[in-house]
Design a protein around this ligand. Structure first.
Ligand code: BTN
Length: 264
């Protein structure tokens, strides 16, 4: 029997203030980011979540694609009316990465970790990711489209080949089938909690938790930003979610998630 996502099942035990105020589930879409963009322009209740069982053009960060077998993952976009200083944008990605990681750890007792800024890994293999887009219209509050992709019940042979990082799913790591409706509800509940921490500008609380989960701290790596490469050791995550690197010449440089990508 195919385990399908159901708005009623997801909403059943949900006690969120904003996230999941309305839940839409599409059998197929190009990308939940496209569906969310349309909704953002036509009107929606703050915190609306769009899930899709299948995406024909799923997108990842930095122009990568995101593919997932039908009925096997969680593919969703949350629409959030939120205003944040441009310098703090990367914190949105951090907040959601923290939520996904915390939900996996707490509900499944799996050692999920974050590769800054948005890769969710288990034992070094990628299980999920976050993609944030911003919809701005004159005289209107900006709308954040928060895309989340998690491999839930994907089997080894169904994982996408040739990915930047090796891939895995929660079911592979847990060695059992996961109830996607229950996991989705736990995730939305956790995002709601962290979203209020963000909304109340308790940024330090977010970066502290992010650092606790982040495998990138202490690593020696190369970051590409604005077409230039920077090599150094990661020393911290800044108050606004940037990655702080001590370069070879001793200079400390902070990189923002929106433009910087880790090369090695
Ligand atoms: C990444 O790791 O690069 C981000 C992956 C984000 C994938 C999700 S799936 C739901 C939403 N729709 C998309 O097309 N992308 C995001």
């Amino acid at each position: 029997m195919i385990d399908r996502l159901s708005p009623e099942e997801i909403a059943r035990n949900l006690k969120t203030k904003i996230i999941g105020s309305t839940i839409h589930i599409h059998e197929q879409t190009t990308s939940t980011m496209d569906s969310a963009k349309k909704l953002a322009r036509t009107g929606f209740k703050n915190g609306t979540v769009i899930f899709a069982e299948e995406q024909t053009h799923g997108r990842g960060r930095s122009g990568h694609s995101w593919s997932c077998q039908k009925y096997k993952g969680l593919l969703l976009t949350i629409l959030l009316k939120h205003t944040i200083q441009p310098d703090y944008l990367c914190l949105i990605t951090g907040t959601i990465s923290v939520s996904i990681t915390e939900t996996i750890r707490e509900t499944l007792k799996l050692p999920a970790e974050i590769k800054w800024p948005n890769d969710i890994l288990i034992y070094g293999k990628k299980v999920g990711g976050v993609l944030v887009a911003l919809e701005k219209e004159p005289k209107k509050q900006p709308v954040f489209l928060i895309g989340i992709g998690i491999n839930i019940n994907t089997r080894e042979k169904e994982l996408p080949g040739q990915t930047r990082l090796p891939a895995t799913s929660l079911a592979i790591e847990k060695k059992e089938v996961i109830n996607r409706n229950l996991f989705a509800a736990a995730l939305l509940q956790d995002i709601d909690k962290w979203y209020f921490i963000l909304k109340n500008e308790h940024y330090r609380y977010i970066t502290e938790r992010w650092k606790e989960f982040c495998i990138t701290i202490g690593e020696k790596l190369t970051i590409t930003d604005g077409g230039k490469d920077y090599t150094g050791k990661v020393i911290d995550i800044s108050n606004n979610g940037g990655l702080m690197l001590r370069l070879k010449n001793g200079e400390i440089k902070t990189f923002r998630g929106g433009s910087a990508t880790i090369k090695s």
